[in-house]
Design a protein around this ligand. Structure first.
Ligand SMILES: *Cc1c(COP(=O)(O)O)cnc(C)c1O
Length: 415
């Protein structure tokens, strides 16, 4: 039986009944399951769309699934190491030799940044220079040439403007831009590719973690509209937003490896633990250091913070942890608010005694962690109204969407 076919009213009634009748039968948590499939975009043709041509788009149903947009931007680089003359083409499949280095040996780097729409219709990019710089550093580690900071930002702008009709209205989501640098040339003996490609494409996104409700053991995924309607109930329930599972078998990264760069090779290895955690009802995995398995590293694709009193702590990015730009921004915002911020090793034991725990990343924003489960014990943290996590998250989103003054010059207006 499909829960989508139930009327919203009935779901609400069932939910209310089940959540107030039986104390522990109803679980709610966030997960990063793909969103509902959206309607197929119209066939692209070479023209710049007017902004209101997406009147029929169901922005409320946006999650974090792949939605094809109209255009992508690409540049090639040959043996001399310089990228020249990029151009926009239709968003579509790309062809490579089966020998392509990225397909066989994982020589590739990703980035991810969001374009937000301002109330007045303008488009804003958040710290694109930092993303460009991180790609450059990652490329060095992966033995690849990289586009200049200017070329990177130009590509992101072109991609955003060409797909302007896919930028959600304020409050409904963002246009996620994915820059990709790959060894596209053929290799057989292990070695760097003879040719590289830099590609940026876009997809409109809403929440990374979908809200899931369990109604009598059946899963119901909520749309953002429904989340708003359910908001009060979720608060009443006092339930936790993210539930993390501390992984002790598999590691995400190790000293001397590529955990500190956004290499494409970092994501395949986390899938097994992620799928297992999700099957157990958790929203994501919290990884530990590979040596002592005692200290926190990060979540599959976001950084972790703890709050205790006036002290905000996060593990140092010394090679095994991805230096998140959201992480860096939250540290700066927190310092500005008068918090003491420490970058240092945090043991699982220390984590369990925190007042608040939260994750940061471009995709997730600032996401409250309601519980962490370690060796079968579930530790809970403060979430919701009047939390530091919520205050930091609101300030960050405020800056990113132009509602709060951008004193640090993090924002670039592109339209
Ligand atoms: C991208 C990413 C993050 C978050 O970085 P942001 O720059 O804040 O988006 C954190 N951890 C991992 C493993 C990532 O891939």
């Amino acid at each position: 039986m499909s829960f989508r076919s139930l009327s919203f009213q009935r779901c609400l009634q069932t939910f209310v009944a089940s959540s107030f009748n039986s104390k522990d039968k109803t679980h709610r948590y966030f997960s990063s399951n793909p969103a509902f499939p959206l309607q197929q975009p119209r066939k692209a043709s070479y023209k710049i769309y007017s902004e209101d041509e997406n009147g029929e788009m169901e922005w409320e149903k946006l999650g974090f699934g792949p939605v094809s947009t109209d255009f992508m931007y690409s540049m090639k680089c040959c043996e001399d190491g310089n990228f020249v003359q990029g151009n926009l083409t239709h968003h579509g499949n790309i062809e490579f030799s089966p020998f392509a280095a990225v397909l066989n040996y994982g020589q590739g780097i990703i980035e991810g940044l969001k374009v937000n729409r301002k109330e007045n219709g303008g488009l804003l990019l958040f710290r694109p220079d930092q993303h460009a710089l991180r790609m450059k550093m990652g490329a060095q580690r992966m033995c690849m040439p990289s586009p200049s900071i200017h070329q990177f930002i130009h590509a992101v702008k072109q991609t955003a403007l060409a797909n302007i009709r896919w930028v959600p209205p304020p409050g409904k989501g963002s246009l996620y831009i994915r820059p990709l640098l790959i060894g596209s040339g053929p290799v057989l003996r292990v070695g760097p590719a003879p040719e590289y490609m830099f590609l940026t494409y876009a997809s409109p996104v809403g929440n990374y973690f979908k809200v899931l409700l369990y109604l009598n053991d059946k899963q119901l995924i909520l749309t953002s509209n429904e989340i708003e309607l359910y908001g009060l109930l979720i608060k009443l329930q006092g339930r936790t937003p993210l539930s993390l599972y501390v992984e002790e078998e598999e590691v995400r990264a190790f000293s001397g490896g590529v955990g500190g760069v956004k290499s494409v090779s970092n994501y395949g290895p986390v899938l097994k633990a992620l799928v297992r955690a999700k099957s157990l009802g958790f929203s994501d995995v919290l990884y530990l250091d590979s040596v002592s398995k005692k200290y926190l590293e990060e979540v599959s694709a976001s950084n972790i913070f703890t709050l205790k009193g006036n002290v905000i702590s996060t593990p140092p990015t010394s090679g095994t942890i991805l230096p998140g730009i959201t992480r860096k921004s939250i540290i700066e915002i927190a310092l500005g608010l008068g918090f003491q911020v420490e970058e240092r090793y945090i043991s699982v034991h220390e984590l369990t005694e925190a007042d608040e725990v939260f994750c940061t990343g471009t995709a997730v924003g600032v996401a409250a962690v309601g519980s962490v489960t370690y060796r079968g014990t579930r530790f809970e943290f403060k979430v919701g109204e009047n939390t530091v996590c919520q205050a930091l998250g609101s300030i960050l989103v405020g800056i990113q969407t132009g509602l709060i003054e951008d004193k640090e010059e993090w924002i670039i207006n592109i339209h």
